[in-house]
Design a binder for this molecule. Structure first.
Ligand code: FAD
Length: 558
């Protein structure tokens, strides 16, 4: 009998430690094993992904003990040729429950089976296999942590992590004398970049024939600005440093971590590593859980604790696994409440009749969206957070809360899907399930419904950062402004503006002058009232009389 000739297909599991799929590949005792990564045009050209995330991936290296061979072609067209040419007997990969990934993997698995190749798939991206969670939840999405934990109890304990293999068997020959499929949806960045990309695409093994990861330049992306670096070694080093601080690890309470803290941030910043699989979530979970158990009294518990954060992640993955491709949108998603965002005008909260009180037309909403996206809303707290996101690719969870609430039900009344698209471009940790799920939470369209709890773009930031250090860092126009005005610069008298070297004028769009900072794009108090009234109508409150706290206006400001 011929010994197994195995292709191990790395995707978002770029690690050697705790990889059940890699272990399954090695358990086959292969004669040869090819560790490959396919440079999928879907992610390069179709999915929204900014330069910072590509850089994080492009310098993501596997443990130096092994080489990763990057093959530049869509997996759906590459595998049928490659499996035949390399006489592969087994194709092994980690399970992925994202909508596109499921579709892609089905195509590849079908082609492999038709070619007589055995396909081995193992779960390793979440604490529990999301499909098993769904099966133990009557096929329904997990819409709360309680639901997730009750299904998880039936699945069993989170598996303990597996050690990294000492080494990988040598890869066999890699003949590439089959036809290259050049994707037709090449990026239209600019002619020069396209030319370079075409050269790169002439060879599946890359222009130098060394199976190297494509550079940002080859992709036509501008230089990255994020200070954060990817890779398994950095992930494990960062985790070790966190775990070493036993008190921080054991007593972590998310609501008490500051969204305004930076260098270092108040939470772990391990999310980008989890996204690319450079860090195993189960390794993270058990390293924390062991500290928690040894710490004893005084340790925090889910949902606020550090393990609670990982459980939230699993909750969104399982919700997506149940709903499928429609999870990331409102249309066709029965679990996402429809809200008529962008109301052309406002309705009277008692009668439901359209009035012209605080009239908003959709042009205004479009402008507000553009200003939010660029970090020029005139509300320094929101602008600082949005600029941090664009520059670094990361923002603290409560910062994400602030800007998401502000864009949707707590300010602009713009559709959450538009905000989620902006996050998709910029986040290093962009995860379709977590991004859509959290946007639904913040817009009160699923998971959470207390729409009367609104984040103020002024007092919420002040609670954490009286002096406005985060604002001074990311909105340098205001860096010399007195703390008294740093959250509301439009209130600063002209002489204080002059003293700080800034003038508060303009709308932040194209003709904003140097040395100025825009005026706020609306009266927040009025907008909040307008939005809450609109949400009441969307929820049928008043019509059905089911929420008195809203009717008497006793919503809580956060
Ligand atoms: P920590 O607080 O240190 O938490 C540890 C880990 O737990 C994180 O790395 C992350 O994997 C997980 N986690 C923590 N909070 C959440 C949560 N609420 N939902 C899911 N997982 C969580 N997280 C993503 O990983 N990808 C996204 O695309 C994403 N989009 C978001 C969009 C919005 C509007 C909001 C409000 C939150 C979003 N989050 C997303 C969740 C959360 O903000 C980030 O996971 C977290 O801020 C990452 O920083 P950290 O690693 O320091 O987190």
């Amino acid at each position: 009998m011929t010994k197994p000739r195995v292709v191990y297909w790395f995707r978002t599991d770029l690690r050697l430690h705790d990889s059940p799929a890699l272990k399954a590949a090695l358990d086959l005792e292969p004669d040869v094993l090819w560790p490959i990564f396919t440079w999928d045009p879907y992610y390069v050209y179709r999915a929204r992904g900014g330069t910072n995330r590509w850089q994080f991936l492009s310098i993501t290296k596997l443990n130096p003990k092994s080489k990763l061979f990057v093959l530049r072609e869509a997996p759906q067209t590459l595998f049928p040729k490659l499996l035949k040419a390399w006489k592969v007997t087994h194709l092994v990969f980690e399970k992925d429950t994202d909508a596109y990934a499921r579709q892609r993997d089905d195509v590849v698995a079908k082609a492999a089976k038709e070619a007589g190749v055995e396909v081995v798939i193992r779960s390793g991206r979440t604490l529990w296999d999301s499909d098993e969670i769904v099966a133990h939840h009557d096929g329904k999405p997990t819409m709360s942590m309680t639901q997730l934990l009750s299904a998880a109890k039936k699945v069993g304990q989170v598996p303990r992590p597996i050690a990294a293999p000492k080494g990988l068997p040598d890869p066999g020959d890699m003949p590439l004398d089959f036809e290259q499929h050049v994707p037709s949806n090449a990026p239209d960045v600019n002619a020069q970049a396209r030319e370079k990309k075409d050269t790169a695409y002439k060879s599946i093994a890359g222009p130098k024939g060394d199976f190297a990861i494509e550079t940002l330049e080859e992709l036509g992306f501008p230089a990255a600005t994020t200070p954060y670096r990817g890779g398994e070694s950095i992930a494990l080093k960062d985790l070790a440093e966190i775990i070493e601080n036993k008190k921080y690890t054991a007593t972590f309470e998310k609501p008490k971590t500051s969204p305004a803290q930076f260098e270092p941030q108040s939470t772990t910043l391990l999310s980008p590593f989890l996204h690319f699989g450079a860090l195993s979530v189960r390794e993270f979970y058990w390293r924390v859980q062991d500290v928690v158990e040894a710490y004893g009294k005084g340790a925090s518990t889910p949902p606020a604790s550090l393990t609670g954060q990982l459980i939230f992640r699993d909750m969104y993955f399982a919700a997506q696994a149940a709903v499928g491709a429609k999870f990331t949108q409102t249309a066709g998603n029965p679990y996402c409440r429809f809200i008529p965002w962008h109301l052309p005008s406002e309705r009277d909260s008692q009668t439901g009749l359209v009035t012209d009180k605080y009239k908003v037309d959709s042009d205004d909403a479009e402008k507000w969206f553009q200003r939010w996206k660029r970090g020029v809303t005139g509300f320094p707290w929101i602008d600082a957070l949005m600029r941090q996101l664009v520059h670094t690719g990361w923002m603290h969870h409560l910062g994400r809360h602030s800007v998401a609430c502000f864009l949707t039900r707590g300010g602009c009344y713009v559709d959450w899907e538009r905000g989620a698209e902006v996050f998709e471009v910029h986040l290093l940790d962009h995860e379709p399930a977590c991004n859509a799920g959290n946007w639904q939470w913040l817009s009160c369209t699923a998971f959470f419904s207390q729409y009367f709890r609104c984040y103020s773009p002024v007092s919420f930031g002040q609670k954490w950062d009286k002096n406005g250090d985060l604002i001074r860092k990311w909105v340098p126009e205001l860096k010399n402004l007195d703390s008294k005005y740093i959250y509301e610069p439009w209130k600063a008298p002209i002489q204080d503006q002059k003293k700080a070297g800034v003038r508060v004028v303009g709308d932040g769009l194209d003709d904003q002058e140097q040395g100025t900072y825009p005026k706020p794009m609306f009266d927040f108090g009025k907008r909040r009232e307008t939005c809450i009234n609109a949400m009441k109508i969307a929820y049928g409150v008043g019509l059905y009389g089911d929420d008195e706290r809203v009717l008497d206006g006793s919503w809580r400001e956060l």
